[in-house]
Design a protein. Sequence first.
Lengths: 291, 480
Amino acid sequence: MARKPEKKKKVVETTGHEWDGITELNNPMPRWWLWTFYLTIIWGIGYVIAYPAWPLINGATPGLLGYSSRAEVAADIAAVNAENAPLNNRIVSLDLAAIAGDDEVGAYAVSAGGAVFRTFCIQCHGAGAAGVEGFYPNLRDDDWLWGGDIDAIYTTISHGIRADEDDDTRLSEMPVFGDDYLSHEEIDQAAQFVLSLSGRATDAALVAEGAVVFEDNCSSCHGEDGTGDISVGAPNLADALWLYGGDLETVTETITNSRGGVMPAWSTVGRLNEAQLRQVAVYVHELGGGE
Amino acid sequence: MSTETPEVAQKLYATREPVFPKRVKGKFRQLKWWLMIFTLGVYYITPWIRWDRGPNMPDQAVLIDMAGRRFFMFWIEIWPHEFYFVAGLLIMAGLGLFLFTSALGRVWCGYACPQTVWVDLYVQVERWVEGDRNARIRLLNAKWDARKWRLRLTKWSAWLLIAVATGGAWVFYFADAPTLLVELLTGQAAFVAYAFIASLTATTFIFGGFMQEQICTYMCPWPRIQAAMMDEDTMTVSYRDWRGEPRAKLKESTADPSLGDCIDCNACVAVCPVGIDIREGQQLECITCALCIDACDEMMVKVGRPTGLIAYLTANDEPLERAGHPPRNLWKHLIRFRTIMYATLWAAVGVGLLVALFVRPDIEVNVSPIRNPVFVALSDGTIRNDYDLRILNKHGEERPFHITITSAATDADIGVQLQGIEGVIVLAPADDTYSQRVYLVAGPGDPAGSRNRTEVRIWIEDMTSGDRAFVDTIFNGKAP
């Protein structure tokens, strides 16, 4: 296509710089560019007035709109809480045992409890709630130190175990039998007897003597048959599960030095409210070991 | 770079040259009218077809249910994990385009592309309102008086109505059409429905009314891709310049037999919807709508010369016809190795999809083993594994399913327990996925409990029909 030749040839001023015959032209900025530039300046002034902008010693100028990202997050959280309030109120008003099966809040309670669990519980009990052998109990199995029905789980979570800050905490203390109570021989005998409860004793003679030691020193908490007592958090010694390990060496060490785990009282430290306590209790109860 | 070069400012874009396609009659125009009625009819009517699927299911024949993640098409229902059907259809669409392009060039562009169909409709509306080509050119150059405003506003309103109907029809594919129509009219429909209608209205109005052939020439990648698929045997709209040239007006041309058949009447240019002159040869703007064939044939009949001065030809025809051979048979162009290959591939994918459609099961089962922890030891020495079982019940009614397991390991005796349910029977809701936590337990002393891996197969049985499905997984024991 033929182009029309330009009528007037513009003479463009140069900056006077020249390299190898190439001169630097001093063309003006395009008008649209200039106007955009002025607009950004005007907009910038408006922004400084309206929004937090100038840094001061303790913060920044607040701006006329009073905007704060922290307040925005707080408002978002408040909105979510307000939205969930009817569900939480219903959870608080229901019987603990009725929550999981409730059509309205059952699924919500389990998933909200899962969120609470992932925030506050997995540090010890693990993301899969399987605990850590030697330290923290597995919450998926059917072996419960302080009881595995929903009310017992709720009480344990609320008041903790051996938690100083809560007067209603679950409290018991196994004696340190190695500290003058029992001789080394008696401890060996008792350990063999404990192993015999799950059919793993290695020395029948020691077991017979250990039965007497156990009867005198251990049965008040663990029961004469060694099946334990959830009211004092005494574990069942006749089953296949051992929190701290069930071999002879570990059992001997346990009798000698005693054991006793601790858990925070989640209602008194002010972290979990009533609805959250109930949610996480339901979640733990639904993990597969709840009674 | 000499200093004498005139400094001509290079424009950043070319302003659009308005195109005023003239009305034309002929067999291709007729075909295009029917295709327009057919394609627009399919588009507008499809969402309103009803299809009875039973009480719990939608009764819309074609429905893309995004919220429920289901795609319904008459008797076919596609779940998200069966999306390969859609992928297969896309592959078929691709191969179909290859086939048609290698055989007939840009036939998709010329006849079936929505852009072409809607522009054709818009131009026809423009013709009804403002008159044919010459009247429209006069109107373009006329002053903005009352008449011009009236005509322009009438045309724009009609275009806008079509655009709204186009955008409006789209959303009916995604929800129950009669319900949605009422909601739309009463202002209760979801915002996204209005947003889609608005944006599709805007694109239809702008693309169909104002950008027209610019979309094809500048925006669409398909013409460029198509060029790679055409070869010497591809039929495309061409001008027989060896017959037409040298062109001359009718009087001179009749007087001098040495002149060509083209009477330079410009009919082919006047009807062209993309504003090109086909006599200049193949051009990238040409969408092969074949309207110039109709226009030229009409003129040739009028002046008593043979038709086909502009016709569907292939690149191979030119040297042969120049050498005096008669036009080749159409089928020799169409049936050749490439087209047969494309057609075979296309049919193979189609047959594969059909087979897959008929053999796919009505029930399916998936399993996610809970691997944190990999197993749970219970107080009596039982080893338990936890699984999330998902039962896909594609029937339109709630059905009971019986869950059992088998294992290739004959020494193991693994049991099934369900969380929160006594027994091993669950009720899976209609046309939905049902999730159930399942416990597999190996009793004290069971060999499966004391080795790392035992392969197990979880079965579900539809107790209504007796259909069975299984999924394989692993039972993890507590290795000593």
